[in-house]
Ligand binder design. Structure first.
Ligand code: ATP
Ligand code: MG
Length: 781
């Protein structure tokens, strides 16, 4: 336990922590310790006798929630922090809905549809309505429905709202209200909620069932919300309802970092807070502990171009630090190469680890050139967000089996796998069954269950019955077995894994490996304490909920591994890194073409740029390319207008072309007039400003030890020609190699011939592990 946690705070921060009762709002700039205050406040509440079960803390990403829990644990010691309700809005409400959804007519084990699933339901609806999906683009429709839900507008309200209807008419898409209605009905029938439903339905639950509202109002005596500026109307209303009795609501936010207005978030929430709560106390934090003076000065000056902000004067005691580097490259590929070169150079020069770097871009599609150049230089990296692992076809197929096992109403999943692998249930059969399900108003599953009754015959009936029996056999083991056991059973009975294993093409192999990876991750899930900490619920239902709620920023796996991170600026919110590359600073890309039509849009882009700059602790590079391929053709780019808004005295401009980094850069436009002060000349020794300033709580990067050469466990590079051996050949005492855990010794073998399990000790791969030989690949060495 750390009894001195209050000493680590400045006076204002302490004031906010000590104010336990009543509504409290902390409005403060980037890096001023908002999140730190929130965390300390939770610990402080608990130190003062508040039960962890009574604290609700809502954050932006699961990662932030995890970190918060860890920090609270650090202050308090012990494991009480496990009982806190800390999570994203979506994950916390999903968890609460698991106990309440039946009241709204959903199964408590409802399926959560991700964006892809939702769009696929929309496509089904469009098809049935004979609407052209080129005109009613599923993406567009989805966004409209999403915006409606986040404004707490159901299909009926939508269709009766004059302004909304007018907007759809203007967009020449008058049917969206109808599609919304059918979409919502379809999701309900499927027993599924999309992401926005997790908020919307939870709100409806609180409104319609006073006893439920009462229960949670009394449970959550203390409510805390990080990144309050980005809460949307649905979130805002829920918080207001939950906090109405005790009014112990503490919100922290920064209007300058509001970057989600396109999703219905509005900084009005910040302005409204004082109006909602007469006795609200407002604390401002103005000292930044994160960044150097140079970085902060640039950030402050950029954001000053926005009108109408809450006045704050952010300053820092940190050292001045290096100037911000502004670099132009010829092409996007050279931009990628340049950034990789600098990372390699900085690792040598300033002893940074890979994890100290982040590359931030405006859109996921920009990651490619950085990936290629990092790979070429053998710098390990990880992309957060983008096309996620869970969106891959083979993974979605496998997960569909797991989902249908949990919730047979889930028609999307059912259709996905009913004839995969091929089992003789053709398109006509599925269409016929769908029509029957609509006619009789029962689920597709029920139609299939009663296949004989509905007149299916012969081979088709046999196939249907076989399928139903198989899924039922999975359901039968749900109670007694954890997620992994069920998944293994599914893998075996469906032949999915075997099919992929037999497909020896490169793609087949990659798919097989992805399934292995999925099984590994399910195994890992069953072996580690749950996210929520309260229950050690390792059931399949609990697993599915967890993976569907991973946010962009959470994807990409273990955030502690030593890799360079690549992500969008949106995903980087709240995070900090010693070295930041904010890339692609070009007109039409950043600010985005879509966001330069109104002042509001442009200001939001500028806030996004402010977020990017303020992620940096010590060093910041801003890059842009003269030309890049976009949508298949080469486009010439002007530098971003934001670059002209930065104070000249804190900027070093240069030009990187080809393999050389040249400077000074003198080009037309009057923008580039570098005086020759170039820190990229590799022959030059580091200048005195080469010591990074960091916040006082972390050690200076300059005195960091050089990175260790041993790769961490999990990064084992398999022996070339790695080929798994037949499980039948394996016995205790043998030396084996695992693709991921490295070399090890078999300690024990158990299980039947087709289900052999080896207990293996991997000295460099995390010690003793049980390996299912049907799935994991072991090679005898
Ligand atoms: P953002 O707006 O980006 O979310 P924030 O206001 O939440 O930032 P934190 O992430 O809480 O800021 O803090 C920024 C950094 O400053 C962290 O490394 C934190 O540990 C450090 N810090 C905050 N307050 C203090 C303090 N009083 N003394 C020393 N370090 C501090
Ligand atoms: Mg924060």
């Amino acid at each position: 336990m750390n009894p001195n946690y209050l000493d680590e705070l400045n006076e204002r921060q302490r004031e906010a922590v000590l104010q336990i009762k009543g509504p409290l709002m902390i409005v403060a700039g980037a890096g001023s310790g908002k999140t730190k205050v929130l965390t300390t406040r939770i610990a402080h509440l608990m130190r003062n006798g508040v039960d962890a079960f009574n604290i609700l803390s809502l954050t932006f990403t699961n990662k932030a929630a995890r970190e918060m829990k860890e920090r609270v644990e650090k202050i308090l010691g012990g494991s009480e922090a496990r009982n806190l309700y800390i999570g994203t809005f979506h994950s916390v409400f999903a968890r609460l809905l698991r106990g309440e959804a039946h009241r709204l007519g959903y199964p408590n084990d409802f399926t959560i549809y991700d964006t892809d699933d939702a769009k696929s339901v929309i496509k089904t609806v469009l098809n049935e309505q004979n609407l052209d999906d080129k005109h009613y683009k599923p993406n567009f429709v989805y966004n409209r429905i999403s915006a409606a839900k986040n404004s707490l507008m159901g299909p009926a309200e939508y269709q009766h709202d004059y302004y909304v209807q007018q907007e759809d008419m203007r967009a020449n898409r008058p049917m969206i209200g109808k599609i919304y209605e059918l979409y919502a009905a379809r999701c309900f029938k499927n027993g599924a909620m999309d992401f926005d439903d997790l908020l919307f339905k939870f709100y409806i639950l609180l409104k319609q069932f006073p006893e439920v509202l009462h229960k949670y109002q009394h449970k959550f005596k203390y409510i805390m919300i990080d990144e309050y500026q980005d809460t949307n109307p649905a979130q805002y209303e829920i918080i207001k309802l939950l906090g109405a009795v005790h009014e112990n609501i503490c919100v922290v936010g920064d209007d300058a970092q509001s970057i989600y207005s396109f999703r219905g978030a509005t900084i009005q929430n910040i302005l409204q807070f004082e109006k909602d709560y007469d006795d609200a106390k407002v604390v401002k934090l103005e000292q930044n502990y994160r960044s150097t003076k140079s970085i902060l000065n640039v950030a402050n000056e950029v954001i000053a171009h926005n009108k109408g902000q809450i006045e704050k004067a952010l300053w820092t005691n940190n050292m001045e630090g290096e100037k911000i580097k502004l670099v132009r490259t010829m092409t996007d590929n050279e931009e990628g190469k340049y950034v990789a070169d600098i990372i390699a150079e900085q690792k040598l020069r300033n002893h940074y680890d890979n994890r100290d770097f982040v590359i931030l871009y405006r859109t996921n599609a920009q990651s490619r050139s950085f990936e290629e150049s990092l790979r070429r230089k053998a710098i390990p990296y990880r992309i957060f967000g983008g096309v996620s692992f869970y969106q891959r076809k083979e993974i979605k197929d496998f997960l569909a089996y797991l989902r249908i096992t949990i919730n047979t109403r889930d028609e999307e999943s059912l259709k996905r796998i009913i004839n995969y692998p091929v089992r003789g249930i053709g398109k006509t059969t599925i269409e016929k069954a769908t029509v029957l399900s609509n006619e009789h108003n029962i689920t597709l599953w029920e139609v299939l269950e009663r296949g004989r009754e509905f007149g299916f015959k012969g081979g088709t009936l046999e196939a249907i019955e076989g399928f139903i029996t198989m899924i039922q056999s999975f359901k039968a083991i749900l109670d007694k077995h954890n997620a992994y056991d069920v998944a293994v059973q599914v893998g075996k009975s469906t032949n999915l894994v075997k099919e992929l294993f037999n497909d020896k093409t490169t793609e087949g192999l990659a798919r097989y490996e992805n399934i292995q990876e999925l099984l590994n991750s399910i195994k890992e899930f069953t072996e580690t304490p749950t996210e929520d900490g309260e229950l050690l619920d390792k059931s399949l239902g609990s697993y599915l909920q967890q993976i569907t709620l991973l946010t962009d920023a959470d994807q990409g796996g273990d955030e502690n591994s030593d890799v360079v991170k690549l992500m969008t600026i949106h995903a980087a919110k709240g995070l900090e890194f010693p070295v930041v590359f904010s890339v692609g600073l070009e007109e039409n890309l950043f600010p985005s073409t879509l966001s330069i039509n109104t002042r509001e849009e442009l200001e939001e882009e500028r806030r996004l740029f402010y977020v990017a700059i303020t992620r940096a602790k010590a060093r910041l590079w801003l890059t842009y390319a003269g030309s890049r391929y976009r949508f298949g053709s080469l486009v010439q780019n002007e530098p971003s207008r934001f670059l002209e808004e930065m104070p000249e005295q804190f900027i070093d401009r240069s030009y990187a072309g080809g393999n050389n980094i040249r400077s000074p850069f003198n080009s037309g436009g009057g923008l580039w007039n570098n005086g020759g002060n170039n820190m990229f000349d590799r022959k030059k020794a580091p200048t005195s400003s080469g010591t990074p300033a960091t916040s006082s709580s972390s050690s200076s990067s300059a005195s960091r030890p050089a990175p260790k050469p041993t790769p961490p466990a999990g990064n084992h590079v398999p022996t070339p020609g790695f080929a798994p051996d037949d499980p039948a050949l394996m016995e205790a005492g043998m030396e084996v190699e695992h693709q991921k855990f490295g070399f090890g010794t078999i300690l024990n073998m158990e299980g039947a011939a087709n289900n052999r399990i080896a207990t293996v000790n991997f000295p460099k791969g995390g010690g003793e592990k049980k390996i299912m030989l049907n799935y994991a690949r072991l090679m005898i060495v």
